[in-house]
Design a protein around this ligand. Structure first.
Ligand code: SRM
Ligand code: SF4
Length: 564
């Protein structure tokens, strides 16, 4: 007996290539929501219906419908934003959203709190700014991330070109987006096959691609469904190591779900890359689990069928074999802050933004400050997968002007931040995320000072330590790659996980389950003390925990150096 397909598959199949009744639902004045089925389809257009969870209970008591509003996510390959685009996004944040812009862990922008009436003009404005929101969410290839670091300008230019090519080439083709949001001619009758790659039911689940240029693993390449590791020799791009089956999401108490690091299966030349990406996506389209969404990501397809079988199928479809993987070495997966000079003499300034939230709060006026920068900046901006921003391609004579704006708006905290603060990432969680079990972004400002004072008491204030905070086990801050990670269980309670490395190549392990802040600090204090006293020169916290057997050594890891 075959297992029935998930309800989501029925909705996709009946959607006429993602149209559903979204257009009609947007016009319905009776509710601020849209139907459940349309909400599922809306994700493919880059948006989610949410409600303000802080207000949920009160509104329920008052017999009001929840405070519905939409989250919208842009598709910005490689996180590159021009100053002109920045100004549009900033205006949309103030005019239609909740007055904030949110940089995500996949180097794009989200807007929260857009009411139904304003969703269409917001999307249309993004389109007019030469960007899009299509396939920013949904069962498709998402926004392709790549290293945003422009120091090696020629290598970065290549990474950007490939990220854009993959992002555009693997995007859905349906005209539904134009019809619904941009007043394109509505389709008459049944649509023909508009999706040569995806077909009418798209992929079984989301699919993520990331491209890293060693020694920087600033995209967490092993957390991607398809990770590409650029191999550059003497300034020339030789090709890419291909890694498949990475993913973070898991569910509490369900061992059949788990985070997994991508497995390197070989090397491809630049000329082969697009075909290889398309073949990997196509095998997942055909082999992925369409009955159980919890098991539908590529990582489960691979573990279910076997890596060798999966690779053989990809090669059979390609008609050629992948070459043996090439040597590579990562140093870290964080961002470097402050000014650096690129190989071409242009300057780049990385600013740290707590949880990627651009808002004007007290003396730190991120939204206004970046707006003012966008008004004078002649280069571009790069969003990072650690939720930060690079003011990129600045000429030497413009640096002082940029510095003055940064200082005037209180955005230069990166100069004095502690080691752990410089490496802290938190997901959105409450109040907008419907899946959050505990706070993350809103909790980080309380947690950090406590961790900092604990670290300082052991002389570790400046020690770089990766902290990742997620409000639930879905893992949007990639917490399973944190040297220290908190994964939400319930209000004020988290799983404490420890011992990933500093390069995104080793998963951490569960250390204490379902604990509150006091227990977390109690657990960490003796470990910090031991680390301060016993670490080897240059040894990172996660590596120390592994060496000293505080965490189990059996966690799957990628060898720290690729094979020669
Ligand atoms: Fe995520 C779902 C936010 C990166 C794994 N994620 C969600 C939703 C849409 C909640 C929902 O489904 O209702 C969250 C919206 C919250 C809000 O109010 O904005 C959400 N995810 C985010 C962002 C904004 C977190 C952030 O603080 O930056 C990131 C947006 C990225 C982007 O621009 O596309 C974000 N999410 C990630 C990552 C990190 C990454 O991709 O590098 C992961 C782990 C990697 C992975 O996919 O395995 C991630 N998000 C998930 C999952 C678990 C998927 C799974 O395989 O089980 C869900 C839940 C789901 O899909 O059912 C989820
Ligand atoms: Fe929401 Fe969980 Fe993702 Fe955080 S990790 S944004 S709580 S789905």
């Amino acid at each position: 007996m075959t297992t029935p397909l998930s309800d989501f598959e029925r909705i996709k199949a009946g959607s006429r290539y993602l149209r559903g009744t979204i257009a009609e639902g947007l016009r319905d004045p009776v509710t601020n929501a849209i139907s459940d089925d349309d909400n599922k389809l809306l994700k493919f257009h880059g948006s989610y219906l949410q409600d303000d969870r802080d207000l949920r209970e009160e509104r329920r008591k008052q017999k009001l419908e929840p405070a519905y509003a939409f989250m919208l996510r842009a598709r910005l390959p490689s996180g590159v934003v021009t100053p002109a685009q920045w100004l549009v996004y900033d205006r949309l944040a103030r005019e239609y959203a909740n007055g904030t812009l949110r940089i995500t862990t996949r180097q794009t922008f989200q807007w929260h709190g857009i009411i139904k009436h304003d969703l269409k003009p917001t999307i249309a404005a993004i389109h007019d700014a030469l960007a899009t929101t299509i396939a920013a969410c949904g069962d498709v290839v998402r926004n392709v991330v790549s290293t945003p670091n422009p120091i090696e300008s020629s290598a970065h230019a290549l990474a950007y070109a490939w990220a854009t090519r993959l992002s555009d080439g693997l995007a859905p083709r349906t005209r539904a987006y134009h019809e619904i949001w941009l007043d394109g001619e509505p389709l008459v009758g049944e649509p023909k096959d508009e999706e040569p790659l995806y077909g009418a039911t798209y992929l079984p689940r989301k699919f993520k691609i990331g491209l890293a240029i060693p020694p920087l693993n600033d995209v967490d390449v092993f957390a991607q469904d398809l990770g590409l590791i650029a191999i550059i020799q003497d300034g020339q791009l030789q090709g890419f190591n291909v890694a498949v089956g990475g993913g973070m999401g898991a569910s509490h108490g369900d061992p059949s779900t788990y985070p997994r690091l991508a497995s390197v299966i070989g090397f491809v030349t630049p000329g082969q890359l697009f075909a290889v990406a398309e073949a990997v996506v196509a095998v997942q389209r055909d082999w992925g689990n369409r009955a159980e969404r919890k098991h539908a990501r590529l990582k489960y397809t691979i573990d279910h069928r076997g890596l060798d079988v999966f690779k053989a199928e990809v090669e059979a479809r390609l008609g050629f074999a992948l070459l043996p993987e090439r040597a590579y070495r990562f140093e870290h997966n964080g961002d470097r802050y402050g000014w650096v000079e690129g190989a071409d003499g242009r300057w780049h300034l990385t600013l740290q933004i707590e949880s990627g939230r651009l808002a004007d709060v007290g003396e730190r006026r991120w939204l206004s400050g970046l707006r003012e920068l966008a008004q004078v900046h002649e280069g571009d901006f790069r969003l990072t997968c650690n939720q930060n921003v690079i003011v990129a391609n600045v000429s030497a004579d413009q640096r002082a002007r940029i510095d003055a704006i940064v200082a005037a708006h209180g955005l230069d905290g990166y100069r004095t931040h502690s080691g752990i603060r410089r490496h802290a990432v938190a997901c959105v969680a409450l109040p907008t995320c419907g899946l959050a079990m505990a706070e993350a972004e809103r909790y980080l400002p309380q947690l950090l000072p406590r961790l900092e004072s604990l670290l300082a008491s052991h002389g570790l204030h400046d020690e770089p330590i990766l902290l990742r905070l997620s409000g639930c086990p879905n893992g949007c801050s990639r917490p399973y790659l944190g040297e220290i990670a908190l994964v939400g269980r319930g209000p004020g309670r988290y799983d404490l996980r420890l011992g990933a490395d500093f390069r995104g190549q080793r998963l951490n392990r569960l250390y204490a389950e379902n604990v509150d802040e006091a227990a977390i600090l109690d657990a960490l204090s003796p470990l910090f003390a031991r680390y301060a006293a016993e670490r080897a020169t240059g040894e990172h916290f996660g590596d120390f925990l592994l060496r000293s057997h505080v965490i189990d050594t059996s966690s799957r890891q990628i060898p720290l150096e690729g094979v020669a």
